[in-house]
Design a protein around this ligand. Structure first.
Ligand SMILES: *Cc1c(COP(=O)(O)O)cnc(C)c1O
Length: 421
C-alpha cells in the first residue's frame, strides 16, 4: 500500500497534487511519501513484536539524508555498505550502535571510520577481511563486534543480478566452512564474535528460500554454540519483494515474514536483526516525467519522455517492470493506446517499457513511474550530461526539495583542467 492515489481525477502524493510539485521543481523528479516510508518500517517492526529486534534500513536502496532521518526518527537502525553510507547515517543523526556494516570489500579506511565513530557490528564476509579488521581494531585499541556472513547455497529464485545466496555468488563464506572460520575468529583479540549474518538476495516473492536459509542458520547457531561460541544475534538480511505490477499476485507480507522468522529461529533466544531496503522505500517513491514527443514509428508509437535510463536504470539493468500512470486519471471507458516508452539517451537500452497499453497521452502530459523509490535515485548518474534529478519529500500537505537539481555550472564544476591545458 502507498500514499499515491487519485483524487478528483488527479494523482496526489499524500495531500499534495503531483502536478503542483512538477510546476515547482520541473521534471523529471523523484517524490517520496513520508507516510509510506514510516508505514512500511512499522510493518516490519510490528512483525517482530515480542522478540528482541532491530530493523535496519538498507540505505543502499534510498539514501537521501531526509529519508534516513525519517526512518531513524521512527526507530530504525541502518545497514550500510560503504564509508559514504556510514557517513550519511551518522550525518543524519543515527548513533553508531544502530549501524550495521555489510559488504564484501570493506577497506581499512572504512573499518577505521566505523570503529572510531561507533558501530553495532561488522558483517564480515571473508577470512582476509577478518584478518584486516582484527589488525585495524587492535591498532585502535578496540574490539570489533562481528558476525560472519554465511552463504547458505539456496536459490532465491530472483533476477540473477540480485541473487546473493548461491555458492557461485561472491557473498559470504560457504556455510559448510563456517565452523572453521568461527574458530579462527575466536582466536583474534581484535574481534568479538556475536552472531551470524545471512542475506540471500533481493526482490524475493516467495518465503520458501528464506525458510531454507533460516533453518540452516538455526542449525549452525546450535553447532557454533556447542563449539563454545556465544551466538546472541542473528542478522537475517533483507530481500522481501514488492509488487511492481498491480496485475501480479502480491508477494508475502512483512507479517508473514515475521511469523516465518519466529518459527525458524525464535527458539534460539537471539536478538533478531533484519535489513529490508526495497520493501520500505520501493513503493514510497514515484519518478515523475513529462512527455516530450509522441513519435509514430513504422509499426508502433514511441512515447519519448524527459526521464531516461540515467535517472532510473532498473528497466535497462534488471529488465524491471514499473507500472506507469498518467497524472491526470483516465476517464472510464476511454480507448487506451499502446506505446514503447523511451528516454532521450542515445542507447536502445534507454527503454522503459515496450508495447505498454495505457491511457492515451500527448506532449507535455505528466506520467508517473510507480514503485521507483528503491534503487532509483541512488543508482542515477549524469550520463549524457543530464544533471541528477531532484528529490522531493512529501509529508501530509507539505513538500520540500530534499536534493536540488544541479545547474549545468555545478555539474561541470567538479571537473578541473590540468595545468598544461
Ligand atoms: C541489498 C542488501 C539488503 C537490502 O535488500 P532489499 O532487497 O532492498 O531488501 C540487505 N542486506 C544486504 C547485505 C544487502 O546487500
Amino acid at each position: 500500500m502507498d500514499h499515491f492515489l487519485y483524487r478528483d481525477g488527479q494523482l496526489y502524493a499524500e495531500d499534495v497534487p503531483v502536478a503542483e510539485i512538477a510546476a515547482a521543481v520541473g521534471t523529471p523528479f523523484y517524490v517520496y511519501s513520508t507516510a509510506t516510508l514510516t508505514r512500511h518500517f512499522q510493518l516490519f517492526d510490528d512483525a517482530l513484536d515480542g522478540t528482541d529486534h532491530l530493523v535496519c534500513f538498507a540505505m543502499k536502496s534510498l539514501s537521501n539524508q531526509a529519508v534516513i532521518k525519517v526512518l531513524a526518527d521512527a526507530g530504525a537502525g541502518m545497514d550500510v555498505v560503504s564509508g559514504g553510507e556510514y557517513y550519511r547515517a551518522k550525518a543524519a543523526g543515527v548513533s553508531g550502535d544502530k549501524i550495521v556494516f555489510s559488504g564484501v570489500g570493506k577497506t581499512v579506511d572504512e573499518m577505521r571510520m566505523a570503529l572510531e565513530g561507533g558501530i553495532r557490528q561488522f558483517n564480515v564476509e571473508s577470512e582476509p577481511e577478518m584478518v584486516v579488521l582484527d589488525r585495524v581494531a587492535q591498532s585502535l585499541g578496540v574490539v570489533a563486534p562481528i558476525t560472519v556472513r554465511v552463504n547458505p547455497d539456496v536459490d532465491a529464485k530472483t533476477h540473477a543480478k540480485i541473487a546473493t545466496g548461491k555458492s557461485e555468488n561472491k557473498f559470504g563464506i560457504p556455510i559448510s566452512r563456517a565452523r572453521e572460520v568461527y574458530a579462527m575468529a575466536a582466536k583474534m583479540p581484535g574481534l568479538k564474535v556475536i552472531g551470524i549474518d545471512v542475506h540471500i538476495g533481493s526482490q524475493l516473492t516467495d518465503l520458501a528460500p528464506f525458510e531454507a536459509a533460516y533453518l540452516k542458520v538455526a542449525e549452525l547457531t546450535e553447532q557454533l554454540r556447542s563449539d563454545g561460541h556465544e551466538i546472541t544475534r542473528l542478522d537475517l538480511g533483507g530481500g522481501l519483494g514488492i509488487p511492481y505490477a498491480r496485475s501480479n499476485e502480491a508477494p508475502p507480507l512483512p507479517s508473514d515474514y515475521g511469523a516465518l522468522i519466529k518459527r525458524t529461529v525464535g527458539h534460539l533466544g537471539c536478538e533478531i536483526e533484519i535489513e529490508p531496503g526495497r520493501l520500505i522505500s520501493g513503493n514510497a517513491g514515484l519518478l515523475v516525467s513529462k512527455v516530450i514527443y509522441i513519435k509514430e514509428g513504422e509499426d508502433r508509437q514511441f512515447m519519448i519522455i524527459d526521464g531516461a535510463m540515467n535517472d532510473l536504470i532498473r528497466p535497462a539493468m534488471y529488465d524491471a517492470y514499473h507500472d506507469i500512470d498518467p497524472i491526470i486519471e483516465s476517464v472510464p471507458g476511454a480507448e487506451p493506446a499502446k506505446y514503447d516508452i523511451v528516454g532521450p539517451i542515445c542507447e536502445s537500452g534507454d527503454t522503459f517499457a515496450k508495447a505498454r497499453v495505457m491511457t492515451e497521452v500527448k506532449a507535455d502530459d505528466l506520467i508517473a513511474f510507480r514503485s521507483a523509490g528503491a534503487y532509483g535515485a541512488v543508482m542515477a548518474s549524469e550520463y549524457n550530461s543530464r544533471p541528477l534529478i531532484p528529490e522531493v519529500l512529501v509529508n501530509g500537505d507539505q513538500f520540500a526539495v530534499i536534493r536540488a537539481r544541479p545547474t549545468y555550472e555545478e555539474m561541470i564544476g567538479r571537473d578541473t583542467l590540468p595545468t598544461w591545458l
